[in-house]
Design a protein around this ligand. Structure first.
Ligand code: GLC
Length: 629
């Protein structure tokens, strides 16, 4: 066993190990030469002192070369096309959808049957929620993985998944799957071996004989799922303690051990070879732990992601990472770069859209768009109205303070508002992970239920459309939670299911609402109206090149209820004005006088004379193509 030495020596050792176990082909070699120095540097920083450093690195390179050799030809071709065009996902036609396989379509065969609908909707990206083998009973909606190489048998097989990925590709849709790499389920083979006392696998997790270390770590860590267990550790039946950030059956992996990195790299490359084009990097902020710190977003978390990225670039070029960091906006940004995660959820825009709808005041969202929207080149936001998870109010307190808003009190208000505790609220949400000790909570609910459709609020449908009009027009990849386009409501039956009862997020993860889909072409139903308006927006967006990319410039009007921004194109600009208030807003001609008088409304398809000013109805918006003077 040797520790890492120089790039050249370690390069030679890695190549000869890869060579000994199979052919190292020319194409691989070219990319290896590009990426190895980077990988070596990262590995040295992470594992430089480990006696098995060089050997683990050599094994990883062997794995990467073997994985490339096994990579299907069409994936090689599509991947290199994407690698050569690092902005391919920035198109105005890019549109994502997300669903649970079982809830939306029963199984993988059912998802296949939905491909015509996905095409009808215009999807080019489909995120299937975790579909791997997982414990029976509670498994966090599949986020407790027992094997990354086996599809949950109730959903289908790995071969079916690879076939589905190929069919989706033919339909122009990229398959997106989670890479749940922070933890495994306690039933994963590694966890079973660790529990049984196999020292190799004990070192895969953070297991301690007594409370000494857990107590020390918990001095500075945050409780993530306090309704499940306090602190970051859970006790095993044999009395030991294991790190479990989320549920007690989700054990965090110990990335300080390079064998864990190697093992997970193998799982990642395996998935890429099944045709997964975007890996959603689950819970990125938590992957590295250090005593005396919050154990979130540590510098090593970034080094790990970059090392995984370098490996992908070697063995599955063109595959993307999407970061799932639902943290302070400054931190969210640190994960986004071409060498780390090219895509990222935009939790700030999501949360502040809801904030604006509740307060009828768009200023905080306006400020965020002006200040926190920019991204490095070749990266993009994934903009969404809601996801399978709760809504957490992850805005920056310092931003709010500038507008005279107290972050703590405001979060309390927003929670009360969205769980229906605030007088006059239109929202029907449910609290998630309420922490009586800290007063913290998050919110669960479908878009339609949170927006007022369930409560019968007259503005409910408009708010559903308005929230999507924002997500669809700020850039990057808009992501629809499938079912929201037919105004799916909360499903309270989760409380009857003992496996789900304690996790209120199931309220917004109902089965595919067949009745609503059946009504989607019927004009006088909520499903029909929302569907018609949203599909119109989707096609208007797909026809406007200004919506590609991420460039956005704020546009302020005198009315704080009106959100405004411009999406620049060539010679033209799309001006978006959105009224989050309950009153009509009149935009005077002077405010609009920086543009050529005649504008074109992209949604209605009509010309508009800006000299007459604009009247935005309550919860109304416009997408106007204008020419700056
Ligand atoms: C991510 C998922 C969430 C899950 C958690 C643990 O945050 O989005 O649903 O509970 O990770 O895997």
């Amino acid at each position: 066993m040797t520790t890492l030495t120089t790039v050249d020596a370690d390069r030679a050792a890695a190549l000869s190990a890869a060579d000994a176990s199979g052919r190292v082909d020319e194409a691989f070699l070219g990319r290896f030469d590009e990426q190895f120095p980077r990988l070596h540097g990262l590995f040295t920083r992470l594992y430089g002192e480990r006696p098995d450093g060089q050997e683990q690195l050599a094994q990883i390179v062997t794995l990467a070369s073997a994985s490339w050799n096994a990579r299907p030809l069409d994936l090689r071709v599509r991947g290199s096309r994407h690698a050569e065009d690092p902005d391919w996902f920035q198109s105005e036609r890019m549109l994502g959808g997300v669903c649970y396989v079982d809830r939306y379509a029963g199984n993988l065969a059912g998802i296949r049957e939905q491909i015509p609908y996905f095409r009808e909707l215009g999807l080019s990206y489909l995120h299937l929620m975790p579909l791997f083998d997982a414990p029976e009973g509670p498994n966090d909606g599949g986020y407790a993985v027992s094997s990354y190489r086996r599809v949950n048998p109730s959903l289908g097989s790995m071969a079916q998944l690879a076939d589905l990925a190929a069919e989706l590709r033919l339909a122009g849709i990229s398959l997106v799957l989670d890479f749940i790499f922070n933890h495994t389920s306690d039933e994963h083979e590694w966890a079973r071996k660790a529990y049984a006392g196999d020292p190799e696998f004990e070192d895969f997790y953070l297991i301690f004989p007594d409370r000494t270390m857990p107590d020390a770590y918990e001095e500075t860590t945050r409780e993530i799922f306090p309704e499940d267990h306090p602190g970051s550790f859970v006790q095993l039946e044999d009395g030991r303690w294991v790190w479990a950030t989320f549920h007690s059956y989700q054990w965090d992996l110990n990335y300080a051990n390079p064998a864990v990195f190697r093992a997970m790299a193998g799982e990642m490359l395996f998935l890429a070879n099944q045709g997964v084009e975007v890996l959603r990097m689950d819970a990125v902020a938590f992957i590295w732990k250090r005593l005396g710190t919050p154990c979130e977003s540590l510098p090593e978390a970034h080094l790990l992601l970059q090392a995984f990225n370098a490996l992908l670039a070697m063995a599955a070029p063109g595959t993307l990472f999407k970061s799932e960091a639902i943290v302070h906006p400054d931190e969210v940004l640190t994960y986004v770069s071409p060498g780390e995660c090219q895509l990222s959820y935009n939790p700030l825009q999501m949360a502040l859209t809801w904030e604006a709808l509740a307060t009828r005041d768009a200023r905080l969202l306006q400020q965020a768009l002006e200040r926190r929207h920019d991204l490095p080149p070749h990266t993009a936001w994934v903009n969404y109205v809601r996801s399978h998870d709760d809504i957490g109010w992850t805005f920056a307190d310092e931003d709010a303070a500038e507008l005279g808003i107290d972050g703590y009190a405001h979060r309390r208000f927003l929670n009360d508002f969205y769980v229906g505790r605030h007088e006059g609220t239109f929202a029907r949400g449910v609290p998630f992970q309420e922490n009586p000790r800290t007063g913290d909570a998050r919110v669960a609910g479908t878009t339609a239920s949170l927006a007022g459709v369930e409560a019968g609020d007259p503005g409910g449908e408009d708010r559903v459309v308005l929230a999507h009009a924002i997500a669809l027009s700020t850039g990057g990849i808009p992501l629809l939670y499938l079912g929201d386009e037919v105004a799916q409501l909360n499903d309270y039956t989760y409380t009857d299911d003992p496996d789900r009862r304690s996790d209120s997020r199931w309220v917004h993860r109902g089965n595919r609402p067949r009745d609503r889909y059946a009504e989607r072409l019927t004009a006088d139903t909520a499903a029909g109206r929302v569907h018609r308006r949203l599909t119109k927006l989707i096609s208007a967006r797909a026809g406007a090149a200004e919506f590609a990319g991420n460039a956005l410039v704020g546009f302020r009007t005198p009315d704080p209820a009106v959100l405004g921004y411009q999406r620049p194109g060539e010679g033209t600009v799309v001006l978006v004005l959105a009224n989050v208030g309950d009153e009509q807003s009149l935009i005077d001609p002077l405010t609009l006088s920086g543009f050529d008088r005649m504008a074109h409304d992209l949604v209605l398809g009509v010309d508009v004379d800006l000299d007459e000013g604009l009247a935005l109805p309550p919860h109304g918006f416009v997408w106007l193509r204008v020419r700056p003077l």
